[in-house]
Design a protein around this ligand. Structure first.
Ligand code: CU1
Length: 149
């Protein structure tokens, strides 16, 4: 209903047009062990949100692998500890970890992967972090994700 109204407004007033491309972002994980974003804001209109992780580096995933993992800030340390124990074969995540809201696979240089998640999984006042679960990478590779209000 609300979506139909937005679409109608978008057609009538092109300046107000809102497109599904606003419900997606791209983030880079580099050979320098960094993400190129510190914060991700999910627009309130998005029912689903897509994150595409690209690794523009050249190092293999065993050396400088990166994934993009989303969880509550409270769950992050345990997810990383269990992921570290799971090892590189599991992409440094415990298989089917229910605390993980969304994640890409572990990438090496030159690779990319996307994940789409339902924004109903997020609370407006929730405290969420995205991070890389490769051992020790989250010291640098983390940021906040929040729903726009
Ligand atoms: Cu990483």
């Amino acid at each position: 209903m609300q979506r139909a109204l937005l679409l109608t407004l978008g057609l009538a007033l092109p300046g107000l047009a809102w497109s599904a491309s606003d419900c997606a972002i791209e983030i880079h994980g580099t050979d320098q062990m960094t993400f190129d974003k510190r914060e991700i804001v999910v627009p309130a209109q998005c029912e689903r949100f897509t994150v595409t992780l690209k690794h523009p580096g050249t190092l293999p995933k065993e050396v400088m692998g990166h994934n993009w993992v989303l969880s509550t800030t409270a769950d992050m340390p345990a997810i990383i500890a269990d992921g570290s124990a799971a090892g590189v074969e599991q992409g440094y995540l415990k298989p089917e970890d229910p605390r993980v809201i969304a994640h890409t696979r572990l990438l090496g240089g030159g690779e990319e992967d996307s994940v789409t998640f339902d924004t109903k999984a997020l609370k407006a006042d929730g405290d969420y972090q995205f991070f890389c679960s490769f051992p020790a990478h989250s010291v640098l590779m983390k940021g906040r994700l929040r729903l726009d209000s």
